[in-house]
Design a protein around this ligand. Structure first.
Ligand code: ZN
Length: 163
């Protein structure tokens, strides 16, 4: 734990995912003293939180991604990701952790659905894959179909269905 000069524990306020000049991922961990208001920040190699993170935290990037999810889905998603982090003994939820396949779930893709996914623009493809697999799993089905894709596209990505 980080202690402020005034004698109180410092409270972790946020984590930014950054990179060193050579591209090595790093975290910038912000802490604040709720007693005197002092704020400090520390650069650490990604994954090394020793003593600087006082509870399970989402990085700013991961939070941003969560905020962009549909409201009906975000709470389930959050619980799921946090549960997974606890199982893995992790304190920090990163952008990348959100894309990690869930433990114990094997979601199958209908071939046509897989082909359609390839046509989704690259920046949202990984996210779309996660969304679709999550939705299928939430519904107790282990298969992503074209029908499900059309539904999610309309709801979440705001695109019209295309044959
Ligand atoms: Zn203080």
């Amino acid at each position: 734990m980080l202690t402020c000069g005034c004698g109180r524990w410092m409270h972790t306020e946020g984590i930014e995912e950054r990179a060193y000049e050579d591209g090595t991922p790093q975290w910038f961990i912000r802490s604040e003293c709720l007693g005197c208001g002092l704020k400090v920040g520390a650069d650490v190699p990604a994954g090394r939180t020793d003593g600087l993170v006082d509870r399970l935290m989402w990085t700013d990037d991961a939070l941003h991604r969560l905020e962009r999810m549909p409201p009906y889905m975000a709470p389930f998603y959050r619980d799921d990701v946090e549960g997974q982090a606890r199982i893995l003994g992790e304190r920090v939820i990163t952008y990348e952790a959100l894309l990690r396949p869930r433990t114990g779930e094997r979601i199958e893709w209908e071939p046509e659905a897989e082909q359609r996914l390839e046509r989704v623009p690259a920046p949202v493809r990984a996210m779309a894959r996660v969304e679709l697999e999550r939705t299928a799993a939430d519904r107790g089905t282990a298969r992503v179909t074209v029908g499900l894709m059309e539904e999610i596209k309309a709801k979440y990505f705001g695109m019209g269905a295309k044959g």
